[in-house]
Design a protein around this ligand. Structure first.
Ligand code: GLC
Length: 565
């Protein structure tokens, strides 16, 4: 496997610093807190960390609003702490991927202060400004967090664009000096030794000429004029040449509304190594989109994943994920966090770690953390949830918070942001102070210490799967084939290498299920399963328990599960 770049062999673990571990008792996670827990990452066997933004920031969007790209946020620690973190990771052969927010800055960034106070100055054109009637925004574009994407600034007497919060003005990527500034920042951290970047909402950088109105019935009004915009390939190509070319780093683009065809232009021979698509985590949207819960069925999930898997040719590689800091907990969403928490969390782990692509595991996912409860809107911290829910209430779409509470508890980004549960001491061992977001009530049962000592455990299964993936070449680079595409319970696929084949068999349902593995014959052997007491070799029909997952190894010649394509 040595010919593959490191990131194709890697399992990446995402840290959201605010919620990971607090070392100084202020209730907010910090970099020294991460350093205290490095052995947890080492034990897990991951190869790289993606660290959500730690730059100086007023934290309106928890660091995705950067006020100084070259400084560490004082609440998270110092540059020296960050250097110790990098060293601690590298000592353990774990790489560090930083998060780069290049679409917008915080409104407290010096560039924006200058831009609003001195339009004719050198930063005057760093943002997307439009003059005009203070009562009428320049177009109908919407912010992802609800409401207009424009804010009128009295100081400059003009409107500025913010595709996210009002505190997150969009940078003007048409201005070559803006682009140079961002590349300089990226190179500055690369020189300090970072191993790559996750690029925040990076397919939104290019806005259509003239900023025309969007289709008012669109899901995100205006997005056809800024998603994969007219100059995006020019900008990302330039970023590639200025920053990534000739380095041993990884670039991962976060890309809202990405389709498969465009994805293949961004990666492979394109400017980036990897992209994050979102189709599979949008299949449970309802009539009101994100702020509604839709029905989803297993064949649909398989069909989306299958399309993205088959979109992969030799040059093309994808990311594999169910969770990140913007997504609710996968065991609550796709699994069964009450009756089958262990089983369904490990079934999901099996999918993420055995499909083709680079797996991304989000903090807490490795212990099967679940969604939380938010009794009132005052308990919700996330700017996206608060703004969108307020808008739905103010617009009369829902009566009050109680009418939408179930959706918030299902969908809000805060579900991913409750503190990591380390043990069963007060505040789950996350902090000695008052946590900035309450710890999930289930921490006495769901925590790292318990997962370490109990068997079976979600954590132990993640560890074994990560190890297995690293030592089983077909799981990284083998061909992928889906079986039983329309089956409502079974998720079965094969990963075929030159002389080994892995058959992944999952009963992704809360009911028992028998499957005929007869064609695998006696030569197949069990590599791993999320249940004990499984025979080493399948012998005809096997009975799978709810959310049971098994990995068998066999020779590529065998015909495999009966419904082979
Ligand atoms: C990305 C981040 C999200 C943030 C948004 C604006 O989607 O993942 O957390 O709110 O960009 O920066």
């Amino acid at each position: 496997m040595s010919e593959l770049p490191w990131w194709k062999n890697a399992v990446v673990y995402q840290i959201y610093p605010r919620s990971f571990n607090d070392s100084d008792g202020d209730g907010v996670g910090d970099i020294p807190g991460i350093i205290e827990r490095l052995d947890h990452l080492d034990d897990l066997g991951i190869d790289a960390v993606w660290l959500s933004p730690v730059y100086e920031s007023p934290q309106h969007d928890n660091g995705y609003d950067v006020s100084d790209y070259r400084a560490i946020h004082s609440g998270f620690g110092t540059t020296a702490d960050w250097e110790r973190l990098l060293e601690g990771l590298h000592d353990r052969d774990i790489r560090l991927v930083m998060d780069m927010v290049a679409n917008h800055t915080s409104s407290e960034h010096e560039w924006f202060r200058q831009s609003r106070s001195t339009p004719e100055g050198e930063h005057g054109d760093y943002y997307v400004w439009r003059e005009g009637d203070p009562e009428a925004p320049p177009n109908n574009w919407e912010s992802a967090f609800g409401g207009s994407a424009w804010e009128y600034d009295d100081e400059r007497g003009a409107w500025y664009l913010h595709l996210f919060d009002t505190n997150q003005p969009d940078l003007n990527w048409r201005n070559p000096r803006v682009r140079e500034e961002i590349y300089d920042v990226m190179n500055w951290w690369l020189e300090k030794g970072v191993d790559g970047y996750r690029l925040d909402v990076v397919n939104l950088l290019s806005k259509a000429e003239g900023l025309p109105d969007g289709d008012p019935s669109g899901e995100w009004v205006g997005s056809e004029h800024f998603v994969d915009g007219p100059r995006i390939f020019e900008y990302l190509g330039e970023m590639h040449d200025e920053v990534f070319a000739g380095t041993d780093t990884v670039s991962v683009g976060e890309m809202p509304q990405l389709d498969l065809e465009t994805a293949s232009e961004y990666t492979g021979d394109g400017p980036l190594d990897l992209v994050f698509p979102f189709e599979h985590v949008e299949l449970d949207f309802g009539d009101r989109g994100r702020w509604d819960i839709g029905e989803w069925r297993l064949p649909e999930l398989k069909s989306i994943l299958d399309r993205w898997q088959r979109g992969l040719d030799e040059e093309w590689w994808t990311t594999l994920f169910f969770e990140n800091h913007d997504q609710p907990r996968s065991v609550s969403r796709f699994g069964d966090d009450e009756r089958y928490r262990y089983e369904s969390a490990t079934a999901l782990a099996t999918i993420i770690l055995t499909l083709r692509g680079t797996p991304f595991v989000y903090q807490g996912q490795e212990i099967g953390m679940t969604n939380s409860t938010f009794a009132s809107l005052d308990d919700v911290a996330d700017v996206d949830s608060v703004r969108n829910v307020r808008e739905l209430i103010d617009g009369g779409v829902v009566k009050d918070y109680d009418a939408i509470r179930h959706v918030v508890e299902y969908r809000s980004r805060d579900n991913a942001r409750t503190p990591v549960q380390w043990d069963d001491s007060p505040n789950a061992g996350f902090t000695d102070g008052d946590p900035w977001l309450p710890v999930n009530d289930d921490y006495p049962e769901v925590n790292v210490a318990r997962e370490r000592s109990e068997s079976p455990s979600v954590l132990a299964y993640y560890r074994r799967l990560i190890e297995l993936r690293a030592s089983t070449p077909p799981l990284v680079s083998g061909r992928y084939n889906l079986h039983y595409p329309d089956d409502e319970q079974l998720f079965v696929y094969t990963r075929t290498g030159d002389n080994r084949r892995v058959v992944v068999v999952i009963n992704f349902s809360a009911d028992d299920r028998a499957i005929d593995l007869g064609p695998l014959d006696g030569s197949a052997s069990l590599l791993l399963g999320n249940h004990e007491d499984v025979p080493e070799s399948p012998d005809g029909a096997v009975d799978l328990r709810p959310y049971e997952a098994r990995l068998y190894e066999t020779e590529p010649r065998g015909s495999g599960p009966s419904e082979s394509p």
